[in-house]
Design a protein around this ligand. Structure first.
Ligand code: IPM
Ligand code: MG
Length: 360
């Protein structure tokens, strides 16, 4: 199989971790007889420096023409980097929002699970952890507060800012369907998270989710208010299979869920549209403080590449091979500094990439 992948290395540790993920993809190509062609585009701070904007239209066109996009991370230190003195629409994150919108990537899948080998890194006590947990957050990615009209104005001499939270029936229906579809491949439970006791958009959300649920009689559906969900994630994470939620709630809950696993450097993500096309990136950020020091953990990006193999290219066997290689590396005692514990062998970003390749 031959596939064209647009690569966005981005800022901070982005280039280091993407390089390792490409190394792993090349090993998969060699082993299973595929060919992956890469085209680099700029996004985020590096694009601001080179082109004056966080994402050019040409870069978007390149990404659109590919079969999938692999992204490292973008952005810098928000208090010290000059990128954050620019107007909001010219900052690194605006590039990310633009590519999500332009490519129609409305479904964001963020798995959060406890790695058996890394149990000791989990901040929850062993009673709560029990035999582990494994959830998938399905976050709506192109609507809600992130994309509603916003303005800052002076009203009666007082500076006033407004953001708008809008969801249409169509936007809710298509993400709900993605949530139920993925639940059918997992443990068949959907927890739809909203704030229906306050927000109109949440009341519509609940109504449409209930409607879509009728098409999936095998899936158990429950509704949960977002504040309660934030509590439940630390009280009893094993109760969740698929968490289905809107953009802003999903942003917050997915960070919480990632932290609860104790290993944010391990978690991948996929952003999909209605075709096989997707953008794959680690759940963590660009960590500018450790950029260029070979300290970054490339596993989240490697596992994102595995999601690309599975969801965009239908290469399940190859995805399994990558995921198993990661498990094997952990079982063999190798750790990057973020997941290091006593008795294990500490390695850098590049060596971790090589160790994974050796096990494919
Ligand atoms: C994420 C990030 C982005 C978001 C930022 C960088 C705009 O936090 O992917 O979760 O809020 O969506
Ligand atoms: Mg976030």
């Amino acid at each position: 199989m031959e596939k064209n992948i647009t690569v966005i290395k981005g800022d901070g540790i982005g280039p280091e971790i993407v390089t390792q993920a490409q190394k792993v993809l090349d090993k998969v190509a060699e082993k299973f007889g595929h060919k992956f062609n890469y085209t680099d585009i700029l996004m985020g701070g590096c694009s601001i420096d080179a082109c004056g904007v966080p994402l050019t239209d040409e870069a978007v066109a390149t990404a659109k023409a590919a079969d999938a996009v692999l992204l490292g991370a973008i952005g810098g230190n928000t208090s010290t980097s000059p990128w954050y003195k620019l107007a909001p629409e010219l900052r690194p994150e605006a590039g990310l929002l633009k590519i999500r919108k332009e490519l129609g990537l409305f479904a964001n899948l963020r798995p959060a699970y406890l790695f058996e080998q890394l149990k000791s890194a989990c901040p929850l006590n062993s009673e709560i952890i029990g035999s582990g947990f494994d959830m998938m957050i399905m976050r709506e990615l192109t609507g809600g507060l992130y994309f509603g009209a916003r303005k800052t104005e002076t009203v009666g001499g007082v500076e006033t800012a407004t953001d708008t939270l809008t969801y249409s029936e169509i936007e809710i229906e298509r993400i709900a369907r993605k949530g139920f579809d993925i639940a059918m491949k997992r443990r068949k439970k959907v927890t739809s998270v909203d704030k229906a006791n306050v927000l109109d958009s949440s009341r519509l959300w609940r109504k449409i989710v209930n409607k879509v649920a009728q098409e999936y009689p095998e899936v158990e559906l429950e509704h949960m208010l977002v504040d309660n969900c934030a509590m439940q994630l630390v009280k009893d994470p094993a109760q969740f299979d698929v968490i289905l939620t809107e953009n802003m709630f999903g942003d917050i809950l997915s960070d919480e869920a990632a932290m609860v696993t104790g290993s944010i450097g391990m978690l991948s993500s996929a952003s999909l549209n209605d075709t096989k096309f997707g953008l794959y990136e680690p759940s963590h950020g660009s960590a500018p403080d450790i950029a260029g020091t070979d300290k970054a953990n490339p596993i989240a990006t490697v596992l994102s590449a595995a999601m690309m193999l599975r969801y965009s290219f239908d290469l399940d066997k190859e995805a399994d091979a990558v995921e198993n290689a990661v498990k094997k590396v952990l079982a063999d005692g190798f750790r990057t500094v973020d997941i290091m514990s006593e008795g294990m062998k500490q390695v850098g970003c590049e060596e971790m990439g090589s160790l994974i390749c050796e096990r494919i």
